[in-house]
Design a protein around this ligand. Structure first.
Ligand code: SAH
Ligand code: F3S
Length: 433
């Protein structure tokens, strides 16, 4: 009988892709099938995130829960960013864990499950040439890693300490993986990296890559059956004119741009080591709105970074007014080990941080309530990718808005025109034409 694998994936799209890689390997070599029920699993994997403190705190209570409910001989492994930065400490605090595999080492999953107390957290391991099997949680949308790690060292961010130095994956590997995914039915590619628009600066071999990010986008767009390309995350610092122009002019590139602002205050941006100013960010956003007016812009914002004054926060609110982001992911600053910001003493009180976050989120909700009603009676192109409860099929517009219609499998994997009949804040409801 096939063995069963339960995997819990926390955090970002890169973790989703790492989980897909492990699922594929475990299936190909060890014949594991996925289960949604951890009490029947022979192997339980938690693929962790450590960007903020909360999920890290949850890890040990979660391990305890799995230990209590698992089959007696089932193994438990901890993978991902928290595995990278806690390493051996995980065994110390949870001696029944069988293996700890860092974020950049998922290609070693077979060795990990077959070795007693396997630990590997080498954050500079180069697994870019590793040939993984094909497994995609969603066959219509193919996540593809184009780079690993990050060289930026933003003062608040633990990622460079968990995913190591930035290396780009050779474009030949990306193009062939893209072709395979498209042949298997994906009409959309989702390119992943911490700094995608810095692509090609350095390969794992130390050499410069053959293509930069815009050239890679143009090459991928030549794949006939491929209809849509998305990517995350680009860095505002590298949003030069060439990048914005290729984004605007290539019809296969979805008109959804993530511009992680973090703060609107130039002083705070400098303390964060983001490498750009408020003015640069605003000018890039203005240029984008000008040359690609149908683009939806999303962003990440951290409130209450150490030293953030009322005036600094007003600068962030000002950028929100000026750019009118279609989507904002906002977080209270969370001090992370190994980061320079964790040593800063001018921390902002928790109540002030909460009040700022609430104010920002409230204002953004109002902005969305101004934006979404304009979709009423509009016809949008939707790529359907998921069935939902109650006979609903869901997909996305090029701008990354979720659209739901009455319908089922007949729409999956199809691009259809949809007339919006009921635009709501986070979902547009409509009818297929
Ligand atoms: N490379 C990605 C960032 C990955 S982390 C990018 O530039 O978009 C994802 C988001 O988590 C960041 O953009 C940031 O807004 C948030 N984040 C990272 N570290 C954080 C911290 N210490 N506290 C609060 N939010 C943080
Ligand atoms: Fe983190 Fe900044 Fe890199 S947010 S992932 S160090 S670009």
């Amino acid at each position: 009988m096939a063995k069963k694998l339960f995997i819990e994936t926390l955090g970002c799209a890169m973790n989703v892709r790492d989980s897909e890689h492990m699922i594929a390997e475990l299936n190909r070599v060890e014949r594991y099938d996925l289960t949604k029920n951890y009490s029947e699993a022979d192997l339980i994997i938690i693929n962790t995130c450590s960007v903020r403190e909360k999920p890290v705190n949850k890890l040990f209570s979660e391990i305890g829960h799995f230990l209590k409910h698992k089959k007696p001989d089932a193994k438990i492994g901890v993978c991902g960013c928290t595995a990278s930065h806690l390493g051996d400490e995980i065994f110390k605090r949870a001696p029944n864990v069988n293996f700890v595999l860092g974020a950049r080492n998922v290609s070693k999953i077979i060795k990990a499950v077959n070795t007693e107390k396997f630990l590997d957290t080498n954050i500079n391991y180069d697994e870019s040439a590793y040939a993984f099997g094909d497994f995609r949680q969603n066959p219509y949308k193919a996540y593809i890693n184009i780079s690993i790690g990050c060289d930026k060292k933003c003062a608040f961010c633990i990622v460079p300490h968990t995913r190591g130095e930035e290396i780009s994956i050779p474009h030949e590997l990306i193009l062939s993986e893209a072709q395979r995914a498209v042949r298997a039915g994906a009409k959309e590619l989702f390119l992943l990296g911490q700094n995608v628009n810095n692509y090609g600066k350095r390969l794992g071999s130390g050499k410069k890559g053959g293509l930069n990010f815009t050239a890679l986008l143009n090459e991928l767009a030549k794949i006939d059956e491929l209809k849509r390309i998305r990517f995350t995350s680009p860095h505002p610092l590298h949003m030069d004119d060439e990048f914005l122009e290729v984004f605007a002019s290539n019809p296969k590139i979805c008109k959804s741009m993530h511009m992680p602002l973090q703060s609107g205050s130039t002083d705070i941006l400098r303390k964060m080591k983001r490498g750009y100013t408020k003015e640069w960010f605003l000018q890039r956003a203005r240029k984008l709105r000008e040359i690609a007016p149908d683009t939806a812009i999303s962003t990440d914002i951290i409130v209450a970074f150490p030293g953030e004054s009322e005036r600094d926060f007003e600068d962030t609110m000002d950028v929100i007014e000026q750019v009118r982001f279609e989507q904002i992911f906002s977080f209270k600053y969370s001090a992370r080990p190994l980061t320079p910001a964790a040593q800063m003493s001018d921390t902002v009180e928790s109540e002030i941080a909460s009040a700022r976050l609430a104010r920002l989120q409230e204002r953004h909700t109002q902005i969305l309530d101004e934006i979404t009603p304009a979709y009423l009676d509009k016809v949008v192109e939707v790529y359907f990718e998921e069935l939902r409860a109650g006979g609903v099929c869901a997909g996305r517009t090029s701008q990354n808005f979720t659209v739901c219609v009455k319908g089922g499998e007949e729409f999956l994997g199809q691009i259809k025109n949809v007339k919006i009949t009921q635009p709501q804040r986070s979902i547009l409801y409509g009818e297929v034409l």
